[in-house]
Design a binder for this molecule. Structure first.
Ligand code: ADP
Ligand code: MG
Length: 256
């Protein structure tokens, strides 16, 4: 049975897509069968996995609207070692079109049930909003991975997300929980980041992942080559951290 995780945070630019593609590549590297689902109409996770979003005959849009199955719409990213259910601008229209459909927040969950035996992990990259698309991600998932920067307003922003997750848990998906908070773009030389990191651990305890992702320029450069950092430069500090994170995730799900 596949374990399904959403990478979510309603803030933009916090590292969701970087986390999704690098965790996918890290998991593939340690031998896991991975499907990466791009739920953001910007299609950054698709492009960042070596798949051209403009060339895709079928995307997650077709899957959500019921005109394609996951197995036929997903494509292999040869370079990255995982499969990609891609997205492009077309997906922005799904928000409106889904309103008409029955069980509109459960479309992705129902579609993923068909490939449950084909993967060990399904990772869903969510857009920076609490939209119908994100809701589809949250309804399909067993858990949420929350990437966050250790900055002054980080904790404040988190309470909205925590409340949304609680509501989805109560009303739509009893399985859903926060798997963990991932500290990303971390710079230990900045005292404030250390302080926020300590606060985070004080508040959320073992919900904070042990692995810390450093700020690392190679991770930022990789998308322009259409690759996750883990594939683009495996020796980079940031890439190694994501492979460590993949191992931590494998260990966590064994205890789930
Ligand atoms: P989101 O998907 O939440 O909008 P992204 O993953 O696209 O965020 O990251 C935002 C920007 O920060 C991108 O330019 C990305 O390359 C950069 N970035 C993400 N993580 C790191 C990191 N650990 N070190 C350096 N740059 C990073
Ligand atoms: Mg993104």
């Amino acid at each position: 049975m596949a374990k399904i995780f959403c990478v979510a945070n309603q803030k933009g630019g916090v590292g969701k897509t970087t986390t999704t593609v690098n965790l996918a590549a890290g998991l593939a590297k340690v031998g896991q069968r991975v499907l990466m689902v791009d739920l953001d109409p910007q299609g950054n996770a698709t492009m960042g996995s070596g798949v051209n979003k403009r060339d895709l005959p079928l995307t997650v849009y077709d899957v959500l609207l019921g005109s394609a199955q996951v197995a036929e719409a997903a494509v292999a990213s040869q370079a990255c070692g995982y499969r990609v259910l891609g997205a492009n601008r077309e997906l922005a229209g799904a928000e409106v079109e889904l309103v008409e459909l029955a069980q509109r927040e459960k479309r992705l969950k129902q579609a993923l049930a068909q490939v449950d035996g084909d993967y060990d992990f399904v990772l869903i990259d969510c857009p920076p909003s609490l939209s119908m698309l994100t809701l589809n991600g949250l309804c399909a998932a067993h858990g949420v991975i929350v990437p966050m920067q250790c900055e002054y307003f980080a904790l404040e922003g988190l309470s909205d997300l925590v409340n949304t997750i609680k509501q989805v848990h109560a009303n739509l998906n009893r399985d859903l929980k926060i798997i963990g908070l991932l500290r990303v773009m971390f710079d230990p030389r900045i005292t404030l980041q250390q302080q926020v990191s300590d606060q985070l651990k004080g508040h959320f305890g073992d919900k904070v992942f042990d692995t810390v992702i450093p700020r690392n320029v190679r991770l930022a450069e990789a998308p322009s080559y259409g690759l996750p950092g883990v594939v683009f430069d495996p020796a980079a500090r940031g890439s190694k951290a994501f492979v460590d994170f993949a191992r931590e995730m494998v260990a966590r799900i064994e205890r789930m």
